[in-house]
Design a protein around this ligand. Structure first.
Ligand code: ATP
Length: 417
């Protein structure tokens, strides 16, 4: 009971912090909101971008076998018919089938109007570009395609803040393999997913794997693992890993000609060389919004400083929306403001981008604000700075302060990140 209460409060605290500090706002708030939609403020966008960049770096930039794509959200309705989405992408509501795909009309003149759907997953944007990708880049199996983008589902009951929305973002990979290797690559991607979760800062003690039973799997999947997270509202899905067989490429009638071995010398059975075949697919899928929510729940920390409770977000520096904040001790002392701006803020901003200027309220208030934003370092320019070119750098987690030479600041921060 006690724990439940605490966890319940935690959700309230996170939602209110997100609004107060400019991370996430209710969508269309001034008109009473629109259920299942959220708008991202300055720091929320930065946080989301850092998470997406960390994902893109790990799964694309650091590899030679992945191809990025940014496909259109609106697709020809046939895509969803051949994949079975129009028939199957539904929840059960009071015994009735309720289609969760958001329908729209394309074409301005009445006689030209065609029904289209806002995509409910980014995956099909990759499958329909399979041939384009193979023709353009001649990849050898195994290889993957990856995409980050919006997806839409007309969820019956949007709820739990970012967890269940009608408009959200996905980061998905379709990894194309030979059929007999699916178990090996399923295991491999399971490991990669867990590794990234830890890398971007999730509390791994709250991450669990659920082997999805036959009856609960999507119509296209032969094996699925849900990575679940202990949210305050229960243990629920965070990300997923599915073996989609050759279901999608078969439906789209797309094939691949198995070729010579890859540059690394991976061997393929000689009898399949030069033959048409349909690759099978392992799909690691990640929801960006659930990643943000699970991260906020992982890094939110409270401790007591000088008899007061302070709350802070313990982001890793590469994920934090702001790396450091620069403050003149007093905002009406022109010498301090000029020094802080010209010699500290401008050069750091040019180097790191994610640098904030903060001269609002007294220093204690500024620290508390930056703690809640999750800024790892606060830099204060004071009167001593004017005489010896050093500044105070205060660390978020410990509250400890040290004097650092202005000339060393860039390196000091680089070392810490
Ligand atoms: P759930 O069972 O929670 O409805 P799902 O199994 O339908 O999720 P997938 O189809 O596997 O979800 O979608 C891939 C990922 O997209 C999920 O793991 C999740 O991170 C994210 N996602 C799915 N639906 C939503 C939603 N309504 N709001 C936010 N993120 C979502």
């Amino acid at each position: 009971m006690q724990k439940e209460k605490k966890e319940e409060n935690l959700m309230e605290k996170i939602v209110s912090l997100c609004k107060r500090r400019g991370f996430v706002f209710q969508g269309s708030e001034i008109y009473g909101g629109l259920a299942g939609t959220y708008d991202w403020g300055h720091y929320g966008v930065a946080l989301k971008n850092n998470i997406k960049q960390s994902w893109w770096k790990k799964f694309l930039d650091n590899r030679r076998d992945m191809y990025g794509i940014d496909a259109a959200i609106l697709m020809n309705a046939k895509v969803w018919e051949v994949t079975g989405h129009v028939a199957n992408f539904a929840d059960l509501l009071d015994g009735k089938q309720f289609n969760t795909m958001l329908k729209t009309e394309v074409g301005a003149k009445k006689e030209d109007v065609a029904i289209s759907y806002l995509r409910p997953e980014t995956a099909q944007g990759m499958f329909v570009n399979f041939k384009n990708t193979v023709d353009a880049f001649h990849p050898k199996l195994p290889f993957g395609m990856a995409q980050i983008g919006k997806a839409f589902r007309n969820e019956i009951a949007p709820r739990d803040f970012l967890f269940r929305q009608r408009e959200f973002e996905q980061m998905e990979i379709e990894y194309f393999i030979r059929a007999d290797e699916w178990e090996k690559y399923f295991e491999y991607w399971r490991g990669e997913m867990l590794e990234w979760m830890e890398e971007f800062g999730l509390d791994m003690g709250k991450v669990h794997e659920l082997e999805v039973p036959d009856a609960d799997r999507a119509h296209y999947s032969k094996r699925t693992i849900d990575f679940e997270f202990d949210y305050p509202f229960g243990r629920k899905e965070l990300f997923g890993l599915a073996y989609r067989t050759d279901f999608d490429l078969k439906n789209h009638k797309l094939e691949y000609i198995d070729e010579v071995p890859t540059p690394e010398g991976v061997e393929i059975p000689t009898e399949s060389v030069g033959k048409k075949m349909t690759p099978h697919v392992i799909e690691p899928t990640f929801g960006v919004d659930r990643a943000v929510l699970a991260l906020l729940l992982s890094v939110y920390t409270e401790d007591e400083k000088d008899g007061e409770v302070r709350s802070y977000l313990k982001f890793k520096p590469n994920i934090a929306p702001v790396i450091c904040a620069v403050s003149p001790l007093l905002k009406n002392k022109i010498e301090l403001v000029e020094y802080a701006n010209n010699k500290v803020y401008v050069p750091l901003k040019a180097e790191f981008g994610r640098v904030a200027w903060d001269d609002n309220g007294n220093i204690g208030k500024r620290y508390r604000r930056q703690d809640e934003i999750g800024t790892p370092f606060c830099i204060v320019v004071d009167f001593e700075t004017l005489t010896d070119d050093t500044v105070t750098v205060r660390a978020r987690d410990t509250g400890e302060q040290e004097r650092v030479k202005v000339a060393d600041l860039k390196n000091y921060i680089k070392e810490k990140i």
